[in-house]
Design a protein around this ligand. Structure first.
Ligand SMILES: C[S@@+](CC[C@H](N)C(=O)[O-])C[C@H]1O[C@@H](n2cnc3c(N)ncnc32)[C@H](O)[C@@H]1O
Length: 288
């Protein structure tokens, strides 16, 4: 196991994903996996995974895609999930141990500053785990070095916030109740930092990748995979940008925010749960 550079470029992310953020992602692991499954499945489809391959799962979190990939590569292949979050990796280890798979491994590594196994993987994969690097070109160069000659990369990342109603709807409901948040800079890490395809192209090209393809994938999602409206409200208040907005809010503001989010979500309530639009990019490229 490697030691993370707690004072390095990703210090804030390391703190977040080992603190409140990681704890919430573990608590809502089932809900998140239910909602994010179609995006991982589409990225895996476009990655064209073959039996016997070695795969690196970047920012693997609680490991759902790592385990899915391990089934596809079979016993002659292997999958290594890497992440900076100890609580999420612990959950991933636990979930993997519930399966029959023996070809799935997890390592605590900062993909930007840490050591990856050199020229060891046929495919580098990620479901929403690549948008949090302070210096993404450095991180992707590291990934490039971990790929065998002819290796490839495939990942899902979010389109801009305004194409992700599953987050923007609740944000719009809460914004009038709190002080205006700081807008992230165009190069700052965060869930929507890969929204601009030109930025993705620039980063991957700088890191040495070629044959870059960026395809939109925009299904409707059931918010948190949840049937019950109040569960979807809790989920919205706890995870992502809305929870950051309410970090310092008093009880009265929280109660108002809850009401506002509930009213906004109610409009989109269906028999299957709250259905909202979501937009991702599925990005594929080759080691140049
Ligand atoms: C939105 S979560 C996605 C987790 C998982 N791939 C999934 O789809 O459920 C983002 C993940 O990226 C990880 N991450 C952020 N910065 C990282 C870094 N520098 N190196 C490795 N993992 C990182 C976080 O710890 C977190 O698990």
């Amino acid at each position: 196991m490697q030691t993370l550079e707690a004072a390095g470029p990703n210090a804030e992310q390391i703190e977040f994903w080992n603190g409140e953020g990681g704890e919430k992602f573990v608590r809502y692991q089932n809900a998140l996996d239910a909602m994010l499954e179609p995006f991982g499945a589409e990225a895996i489809r476009q990655a064209v995974v073959r039996s016997g391959e070695a795969v690196l799962d970047i920012g693997c979190g609680c490991g759902e895609t790592t385990i899915d990939l391990s089934r596809l590569v079979g016993v002659t292949g292997e999958v290594v999930g890497v992440d900076i979050s100890e609580p999420m990796l612990a959950r991933a280890e636990y979930l993997a141990a519930q399966t029959e798979m023996t070809n799935v491994f997890f390592e605590l590594v900062d993909v930007e500053t840490g050591k990856l196994h050199e020229e060891s993987f046929d495919l580098a994969f990620s479901r929403f785990g690549v948008m949090f690097f302070r210096n993404p070109a450095t991180a992707f160069r590291n990934v490039h070095g971990a790929l065998r000659p002819g290796g490839r990369i495939a990942f899902a990342c979010w389109q801009p916030l305004d194409r992700n109603q599953w987050v923007s709807l609740q944000l719009k409901a809460v914004l009038p109740l709190v002080p205006p948040p700081e807008r992230p800079g165009p190069e700052d890490p965060g869930p929507f930092s890969f929204g601009d395809p030109e930025r993705i192209r620039r980063i991957l090209t700088e890191a040495g990748f070629t044959d870059i393809a960026i395809e939109p994938f925009a299904p409707k999602v059931v918010l948190g995979g949840m049937l019950v409206l109040d569960d979807a409200v809790d989920f919205s208040l706890e995870i992502g940008p809305v929870s950051a907005l309410l970090k310092d809010a008093d009880e009265a503001t929280r109660a108002k925010a809850r009401e506002a989010v509930r009213a906004a979500l109610e409009t989109y309530r269906t028999e299957r749960g709250v259905m909202l639009s979501a937009g991702a990019w599925i990005v594929t490229a080759r080691k140049g």
